[in-house]
Design a protein around this ligand. Structure first.
Ligand code: FAD
Length: 301
């Protein structure tokens, strides 16, 4: 069998870029495919990343791509991987350019998609005044009037984080009942208001949140809102599912300690595999998947 590349990397965000770097350093050939829809696109900063804390996400990716120019075995492709099939030996993938490539191994690095709630103002404010992660965005907005939109009880553990940053915290459930009676008691003891009515809109001006408006017409002034992730996560592509890669209860690919999925020869990294999701952690799992592939390639020599 003639292979075009040893590895196909689907996704050139932090996970895929770092997997490519790892492969490049052992001089393995890889096609790094990216169609430029990174998860943090709405955001102006990558925070909590040592050496480049606060850098613009596009600049971070540009620098990471520039690092790869040093490694001639890594080829970039700007476009989508639309189809992958397993062959007896390796895989054949179709690209949006109309060409197809045959590779030995696959790394899925396409990340996850955020759910945009069908509430007026939500999408417009996402990444600007509505955030998912206090580690990414908390410091800049400390001391503000914060809201937290909670759809599942899992978010209870992150409430102390948000509370510690807020001058005043209001929890919204948008008509849901995510908390147990014990959890509601804890919130009441801490004087945290829990509003269970459905939300009709977020009012804003110049990408700044003004108020959360409830269906009964009540308006609650807030400066910023955190929206805790809902499960299962939505993978950005169904390529892994079609290959037969199993997911766990959170919708994340099941992987072993070297990033290998449940399908032999298919690895995964980044947000697609991790409950704790960040640029740095995606880079770390990109190293694992890249090195996992290298060990498998070399062991079959
Ligand atoms: C609003 C917001 C702000 C954030 N801020 C921070 C922050 O400040 N600090 C921090 O550490 N983390 C932050 N994060 C989290 C961070 O963005 C993610 O953890 C990280 O980007 C995940 O990296 P990834 O490589 O797994 O996926 P992504 O960055 O999403 O990259 C995946 C890439 O794969 C591509 N792709 C998908 N399908 C295909 C396909 N079929 N073919 C080709 N390419 C494909 C996509 O276009 C995309 O470019 C933020 C997230 C959000 C939503």
């Amino acid at each position: 069998m003639k292979f075009d590349y040893e590895v196909l990397i689907v996704g050139g965000g932090p996970g895929g870029l770092t997997a490519a770097l790892t492969l490049g350093r052992i001089h393995r050939t890889a096609l790094l495919c990216d169609d430029n829809h990174p998860r943090n696109l709405p955001s102006a900063h990558v925070n909590n990343f040592p050496s480049h804390d606060g850098i613009h996400p596009a600049e971070w990716r540009r620098l990471a791509r520039k690092d790869l120019e040093k490694y001639p075995s890594i080829s970039p492709f700007h476009g989508t991987v639309s189809y992958i099939e397993k062959l007896t030996d390796g895989f054949r993938a179709e690209l949006s350019s109309g060409t197809s490539v045959v590779v030995k191994k696959i790394i899925l690095a396409y990340g996850v998609k955020d759910r945009m709630l069908p509430i007026s103002g939500f999408q417009e404010l996402w990444g600007k005044a509505i955030f998912h992660c206090p580690f990414c965005h908390g410091y800049e907005i400390r001391g503000s009037r914060l809201g937290m939109l909670v759809k599942n009880g899992f978010a209870f553990h992150s409430l102390p984080l948000i509370e510690s940053l807020a001058s005043n915290l209001v929890v919204f459930t948008d008509g849901g009942h995510p908390f147990s009676s014990e959890q509601l008691e804890v919130l009441a003891r801490k004087n945290i208001t829990v509003i269970q009515q459905k939300i009709s809109s977020f009012t804003y001006s110049d990408e700044r949140l003004q108020a959360v408006v409830l269906e009964n017409g009540t308006s609650i002034d807030r400066d910023y809102l955190f929206y805790a992730a809902e499960f299962p996560f939505i993978q950005k592509s169904s390529l892994g599912e079609k290959l037969g890669c199993e997911v766990n209860e959170f919708g994340l690919y099941k992987i072993n300690e070297r990033g290998g999925t449940t399908v032999r020869g298919v690895y995964a990294c980044g947000d697609s595999v991790a409950m704790a999701q960040s640029v740095l952690l995606s880079c770390a799992s990109g190293v694992l998947a890249g090195s996992g592939v290298i060990f498998e390639l070399l062991s079959s020599h």
